[in-house]
Design a protein. Structure first.
Length: 243
């Protein structure tokens, strides 16, 4: 059973469109128009066109594309800010806010027309954001699922709490966790496909597969095709096996 998956996008619409082109080319080679494309979360923040990314994915799904879009911690913080300017995500350090330059909320709001979002009073920025972010985008982001399972793969933004049954996993972990997930060598009963923790290149660790190749920091956006637990990265020339 084949699935495609794409790592953390972080507002890079042009990279996303390029990656979808690679997936289309692989579909043409295999004759498979049915396999879903799973987007691993973090649609927004840091990059130049978060609005464009959200609209591209929203429209694609509305038009019948077999796409799955998962919720990342940055997507959750965006939605939380729109609901309440004082919102503090429980996974975020208390001395930071979504509009802090390290988080990249400012560029997201700027893509919607809210200028200098990180440099003005939060109440004013929030009022403008509520007026300028389309209701369809808010509804789309708030409705994103945190997990998707298919065949031998479990797709999630950040990871899982090791040793906890899937039905008992909480969203805070699914969108935020690093340790003890990253260092746990145990088989989780399925291949956990995730992003969230930026690394230099897509890496298969045996029990998990990290797709976050650092698009948020100037790195590439990566996509893979998964068949069972076998994985190939999709490059300009086609498939390359991931060990």
């Amino acid at each position: 059973m084949r699935s495609y998956a794409i790592g953390d996008i972080h507002g890079h619409l042009s990279l996303l469109q390029e990656i979808h082109g690679r997936i289309a080319a692989d579909r043409a080679r295999t004759g498979d128009d049915e396999a879903p494309v799973v987007h691993i979360g973090d649609l927004v923040d840091r990059g130049p066109d978060s609005r464009g990314v959200v609209e591209y994915l929203r429209q694609g799904i509305e038009q019948g594309e077999n796409w799955v879009v998962l919720k990342g911690n940055h997507d959750r913080m965006f939605a939380g800010f729109l609901r309440d300017p004082a919102h503090q995500d429980p996974g975020l350090r208390g001395d930071l806010s979504w509009l802090h330059p390290r988080l990249g909320g400012g560029p997201t709001l700027e893509s919607y027309g809210v200028a200098h979002a990180a440099d003005r009073p939060v109440a004013i920025v929030h009022r403008e954001a509520v007026a300028l972010v389309p209701a369809e985008h808010v509804a789309f982001i708030e409705a994103l699922p945190a997990v998707y399972r298919r065949d031998e793969a479990l797709f999630v933004h950040a990871g899982i709490r090791p040793g906890v049954p899937l039905a008992e996993q909480i969203e805070d972990d699914l969108v935020w966790i690093r340790e003890p997930f990253l260092s746990d060598p145990r088989d989780h009963g399925m291949l956990v496909v995730h992003g969230h923790t930026a690394i230099d290149a897509v890496t298969h660790y045996g029990n998990r597969l990290n797709l976050d190749s650092g698009a948020a920091y100037g790195g590439p956006l990566s996509a893979v095709v998964i068949e069972g637990r076998s994985v190939w990265q999709l490059g300009p020339e086609g498939r390359r096996p991931i060990a």
